[in-house]
Design a protein around this ligand. Structure first.
Ligand code: GCV
Length: 719
């Protein structure tokens, strides 16, 4: 099927980004579906830039490209010095291939000497340049696919002087995107729940999209950043989408067929009560033998249609979705029933820990939403089957601009854990505001829950156990920000968030500023702009600190929310204060914040191990940026910065809104240096960001001035 919308923006894979590879002579020694994808990429690049591809099976003597040396010869040699030997600039080969050219043999030997080969795994690759030939070796074709895109990122640098041997492999085996896409647009949430980039790329007019080219282009983007799993429907599963599991399985199989050549496994969000709604059973009790048999049988049929199906994602007993509580069962009972159905086929259950009471009485100050996930799940540690992965949002509440890391991440050493991030900017400006989230995720992934060197990233990778043992491999998951928008992500600069998620999921140690540089180099190739230096500098100025800028003009000091209920966009300080959602700030005339201490509050600080249980318990040691998450303090409380809370609020809100205006002017200085469509879209979004930041500034400052009666020390205008 072909698409009927204009081709989308190439994002970080414009043809120009393939110039270095496309102008070289490439030997590929590998077979299978993913090898075909590599071949297709190289071919496409060669067509554009004048190079060539020699694709041979792994188990066959390498070819002599007779006559090829005459055209497109870059002067490279394989290092053997023999005139009749094959000559290539780039060799991409499986380590098991026979008759490899000499440079590849050298690299393989070097790799073996350093025992680097053991580290490659199914998705890793080794890269080196020997004898004027760049060599990428991998044990499996997925490694070659990722190696190819690594060479794309390096560009000409991959073909310069000798490259020391490097072994690359993902730190986290599961790198997944969840799409909150509905087939039928929801009357309130629309087609993509919390989506800010148009409609779904998978579903249109109640059916599978006819534009599978766009899905293919998306899969290609994801493969280039290492994402290897995708769910194609919302975790809030409505009746139409529930049928994807059974009579609409063909649609899922069609999508899986498009994603598969890019190394991406397809997963489905399922409806816990499916045995009743789809199967006609009287119950969905997970311990009922008929229910277990229904799941086993249904899952068998899924695998008959999609042999490499990844598994299920489940939101249960959460925000109206049914779950095991409805049958007096635990979440381990629920997850394990699904796990048993998937186990014979190697599938996994991503069971979400986002379970809390969304019908709370705001008058009740003992119930604390932040406590909920830990209270529900920590007691179940060790009870989940081996193919259950508990998917935990990075913070205890809900993807706020600033939250502490969820204590669940440190509480379940006997359970596989995946950490869930949100690329879609639900609470971070909805892709109308620039908010580069790389620094936020980097901070979360580098957080040490026990203060002893073990990080959140290590837990997700399965190396969180005391002894550093593996075996509880979980993963990193994020809610996608992509839709059928021509720029994919609404705000063109929000493409960087998708890029950064993949790169940090592959390697959480990467510096987010360096990741941004990669994205800039690929997206805005030097050939596409008259002043690459100014463009790069401006993009850094606009994006590097954009998360902190956003934080500075929105909810202060970690207190969260203060957004308009429902849409979650723009300010409404008391919008959630008297609702059942459990998201309160408790501001009165004297002070603000949530007392979550053990001494006088909800006791949430006690869910953390030391040192954090103590650090957060005391308002003296609690970091400023989280003060109001953990403590209720007077407006005159003095922060570590030396400012009072209320003065901090005034200062950050005035400065934040000013900063947005400065960024807007900086972007305007790029006139003519970026493509007109990108420029126009970014300008329009910056205008809105400026308007909205002023609204935040004025509402927040006015609110706290009126509550506290304390004037701004700098005498600025407050309404
Ligand atoms: C898919 C938040 C969002 C909901 C979302 C939910 C979740 O509450 O506002 O739209 O539902 O998180 O993560 O399940």
């Amino acid at each position: 099927m072909t698409g009927d919308l204009p081709a989308p923006h190439p994002a970080w894979l414009p043809d120009e980004a393939f110039r270095a590879i496309g102008s070289r002579r490439v030997l590929l020694r590998a077979d299978g579906l993913l090898a075909q994808t590599v071949a297709h990429e190289v071919d496409r690049a060669a067509e554009q830039h004048g190079g060539s591809l020699h694709h041979q099976p792994a188990r066959q003597a390498a070819p002599h490209p007779d006559g090829d040396d005459a055209e497109g010869d870059s002067g490279a040699t394989d290092g053997s010095g023999a005139a009749d030997e094959p000559r290539f600039d780039l060799v991409l080969a499986l380590t098991g291939a026979d008759d490899l050219p000499e440079p590849a043999v050298m690299v393989l030997a070097e790799l073996d000497r350093r025992s680097g080969r053991d580290m490659l795994g199914a998705e890793g690759f080794a890269l080196a340049r020997r004898g004027g030939v760049t060599v990428v070796l991998a044990d499996g074709p997925a490694g070659l696919l990722y190696g190819l895109f690594h060479v794309v990122r390096l560009g000409e640098a991959a073909f310069g002087a000798t490259l020391p041997i490097e072994a690359h492999h993902p730190l986290t085996a599961r790198r997944m995107l969840n799409h909150w896409d509905n087939i039928d647009p929801h009357p309130v949430m629309g087609q993509v729940e919390r989506g800010y980039s148009g409609g779904s790329i998978f579903w249109r007019d109640g059916r599978l999209t006819p534009d599978l080219d766009r899905v293919r282009a998306y899969a290609r983007l994801l493969a280039s950043i290492g994402v290897n799993a995708v769910t194609v429907n919302n975790v809030n599963v409505h009746i139409t989408e529930a049928h994807l599991l059974t009579d609409r399985l063909g649609d899922v199989a069609a999508l899986a067929g498009v994603l598969r050549p890019y190394g991406i496994r397809t997963h489905l969000s399922i409806y816990f009560n499916s045995p009743v709604t789809l199967g006609g059973l009287p119950t969905a009790d997970p311990l009922d033998p008929g229910v277990r048999a229904w799941w086993a049988d249904t899952t068998r049929q899924v695998y008959a249609a999609i042999p490499d199906f990844g598994g299920f994602v489940v939101k249960a007993d959460s925000e109206g979705q049914p779950g095991p509580f409805g049958y007096g069962r635990t979440h381990a009972d629920g997850a394990n029933t699904l796990a048993a159905a998937l186990e014979p086929f190697g599938g996994v259950v991503h069971w979400r820990a986002f379970v809390y009471n969304h019908r709370q009485d705001w008058r009740d100050r003992t119930t604390d939403r932040a406590r909920a996930a830990y209270d529900h799940f920590a007691p179940l540690d060790g009870q989940f089957a081996g193919n259950v992965i508990l998917q935990v949002k990075y913070g205890p509440i809900d993807f706020q601009t600033r939250e502490p890391v969820s204590p669940v991440i440190a509480a379940m050493p006997g359970t596989r854990l995946a950490v869930e991030l949100q690329v879609t900017q639900e609470y971070t400006g909805q892709q109308r505001h620039v908010c580069y989230l790389g620094p936020l995720w980097h901070e979360v992934l580098a957080f040490e829950p026990w203060g002893d060197g073990r990080t959140v990233a290590a837990v997700a990778a399965g190396r969180g156990a005391d002894n550093g043992a593996t075996g509880f491999e979980g993963g990193l998951v994020a809610v996608s920000n992509v839709g059928d928008d021509p720029f994919w992500t609404g705000h063109p600069l929000a493409q960087a968030n998708l890029y950064a998620f993949g790169r940090l999921a592959w390697n959480p140690h990467l510096d987010p500023a360096a990741v941004l540089d990669e994205w800039i180099d690929l997206t805005f190739t030097p050939a596409a702009t008259a002043d690459p230096g100014l463009l790069r500098q401006t993009l850094h100025e606009v994006m590097d600190d954009s998360w902190q800028t956003y934080e500075s003009y929105t909810a202060p000091l970690g207190v969260g929310f203060m957004v308009r209920p429902g849409s979650h966009y723009g300010p409404d300080v008391d919008g959630y204060e008297y609702t059942p959602w459990g998201t309160y700030h408790f501001a009165d005339r004297d002070g603000i914040g949530v007392d979550r201490t053990r001494a006088t509050g909800t006791g949430f600080t006690g869910q953390y191990p030391q040192p954090w249980a103590q650090v957060y318990e005391s308002a003296v040691s609690c970091p400023d940026e989280l003060l109001l998450f953990f403590h209720h303090v007077p407006y005159t409380h003095v922060l570590h910065s030396g400012k009072t809370v209320v003065q901090h609020i005034y200062d950050t809100h005035f400065e934040g809104a000013d900063r947005v205006d400065r960024l807007r002017s900086r972007w305007a200085g790029l006139a003519g240096l970026v493509a007109p469509d990108v420029d126009a879209r970014v300008r329009e979004r910056l205008d809105e960001q400026s308007r909205c930041a002023q609204e935040w500034r004025d509402q927040i400052n006015t609110y706290f001035f009126r509550k506290s009666g304390i004037p701004d020390a700098a005498g600025r205008r407050i309404h």
